[in-house]
Design a protein around this ligand. Sequence first.
Ligand SMILES: [Zn+2]
Length: 454
Amino acid sequence: MRGLLLCMLLNTFCSAKAQNTDSITIRRITNEIMRNGTAYENLRYLCKKIGPRLSGSPQAQKAVEATMDMLKKAGADTVYLQPCMVPHWVRGEKEQGYIQWGTPEKRNLNLCALGNTYGTGPKGIRSTLVEVKSFTQLDSLGKRGLTGKIVFFNFPMNPEYIETSRAYGESGGGRRKGPAEAARYGAIGVMVRSLASNPDDYPHTGVTTYNDSFPKIPAVAISTNDADWLSSQIAQKKPLTAYLRTTSTLLPDVLSYNVIGEIRGTEAPEQILTVGGHLDSWDLAEGAHDDGTGVVQSIEVIRVLKALGIRPKRTIRAVLFMNEENGGRGADAYLKQAKAASEQHLFALESDAGGFSPRGFSLEMPPAQRSIQRWASLFYPYGVYQLEPGGSGADIGPLRAIGTALAGLRPDSQRYFDVHHASTDTFETVSRRELHLGAAMMAAMMWLVSEYGL
Ligand SMILES: [Zn+2]
């Protein structure tokens, strides 16, 4: 009995001691990044010197080259490219659109074509506008109500959800599959309310997916202010006509790359821990929060370990994925290579929810692997309190197929959808401190997993 008690006491003592050394290491990591971090300057380069980085564009290629250099400068043991073929969508000329209500009077709309859509043709399209507030309503209108019409999907983000990505997911159906569903009933075009949580005049783009069984009809996003105005006009039973003109198109796939830099593990190098974000961004913005921040934070994880001479036991690999926004081909290529080489992927962490103050990590893994939660108190001094089950990230998602434990950095989400996929997603909206604190928490998590496994 006494022996058992002694043993228990010793265990408690040892784990307390380990936690104490761990907290010192995490403090060193954080201090180094808060003082000397290079993520912010790397982000400035991506946003201001390169700019929008849509897959297949010359800027996306420049971003590949620039981040290779950044990873080399960060001190990665090896830096290499992983090829993948990506869609090459182009927006074309500035989109036009307006509303008329039976008089020569018209009101222009703030709009932009949705990603991966085809244009209206040079003359544009004109028709009666029909507002729908749910897919059930769309179905009940059916062919009789929708043939030849332009459908306006007005699905506002639910302001009651405190985690804004939940509202984005729920209201996002209008954008993701609205055009395909409207085409099923003979509609000739679609307008969607921007997936934005703030009332403003900026259209927010994003990808939509057509259904090959129905016509690929043109589709645009309109600003939240325009959507509210339009809905109020329709509520007054005004017969409204909409005009749209877009010239976007999909060109043949082009060759692009994931950019990878790694530090080889000292004890179990075959066990791979991935940390990543996505290199591509929409063409309208600098792609600062989405997802320049995830890219530069992942590079920072490599830099800080090298700068402090911390040698991880397992291999830590920063992966800057290509084509998250309109295809996910980089993510697919990463899984394919992992399978082909029979790589052992223990853990992956993604930062693709903005560069705001870190609040936690979402854990996408079976309960047995959530031993990560035992480290929760190590993060408390930095305002990081949530280590809860939840979705991780689109780029690492495919690794589910090979049983990898996944996690997502969860920054404060209140302002992310103010700028998400809009021209307002600029470098100026990112705080150096918030960005660097996020990088520090990612580095801490990667180091803990490299040290102890799962
Ligand atoms: Zn993103």
